[in-house]
Design a protein around this ligand. Sequence first.
Ligand code: PSU
Length: 305
Amino acid sequence: MTLPLAFAPEVRAALDAGRPVVALESTIITHGMPFPQNVQAAREVEAMIRAAGAVPATIAVMGGQIHIGLTDAALDALGQTPDAMKLSRADLPACVALGRVGATTVAATMICAAMAGIHVFATGGIGGVHRGAETSFDISADLVELGLSPVTVVAAGAKAILDLPKTLEVLETQGVPVIAFGQDDFPAFWSRSSGMKAPLRMDEPAQIAAAHLMRQHLGMKGGQLVANPIPQDAEIPLAEIMPVVEQALAEAEAQGIAAKAVTPFLLDRIFALTEGRSLQSNIALVLNNARLAAAIAIEITRQRA
Ligand code: PSU
């Protein structure tokens, strides 16, 4: 039985010719940003990847197939389906089998990208260890997936709503190389620095590509996390965003928000509390990650040739 993958013609052609492709997730569209900014941002991200010389492949589940690259109409429809399933490793097969609509998180996008033969993936921020995880056990499957699927993920670090020291600890346990791009510090999504040093630093996309290919050459499973700081002019400094994050976390606790609902709830509250500024920053950092991901994908194809 062939895999239930439906490739956009542009993506299929690029992969067949060994040209660079960058995967994109869809939970950021259905659960991370409000309509219509979500669809607009998704289009801008795709355009950024094309302008940088690679082919974008936004991934989502529809009609019993995993779509690798979406048409404009499909993207538009998905952006207005807020009740789409939020897919991680646990839910992906059931969603495909039952013919439901599902948006892929970082974990599920990595799985699908690897199946499709795509090496690089750009997103906003990965999921991580939630605050209070010592009692709730809420640790994103994204961290485990980074240790399993051979995909380099470009993100602006992990969202500042998380427990970042514990997130770095779990990444280390999973054997995930965490590479800060162009600086020593691990970035914190809306802010350029978390105040913590990243385990590794690289300044050139070619170095990141070489490390990716060496991991495969050595037969080691798992990917890499590239932590790319948000551009300076879009940053919300840690001292400004943290009180907002604290307030949103307190509201989530008071309302008993749990499991998969936590991250979307917090992002939505932080959007409201910052009067939309957090969304502008989020879009800016995703575009910045898309540009770097394209550069890494181009280097990987060059070094493999
Ligand atoms: N990046 C963003 N916004 C998002 C996400 C990433 O800028 O909404 C999504 C990704 O799909 C990631 C998910 O996998 O947030 C994390 O969810 P959780 O904390 O429930 O694992």
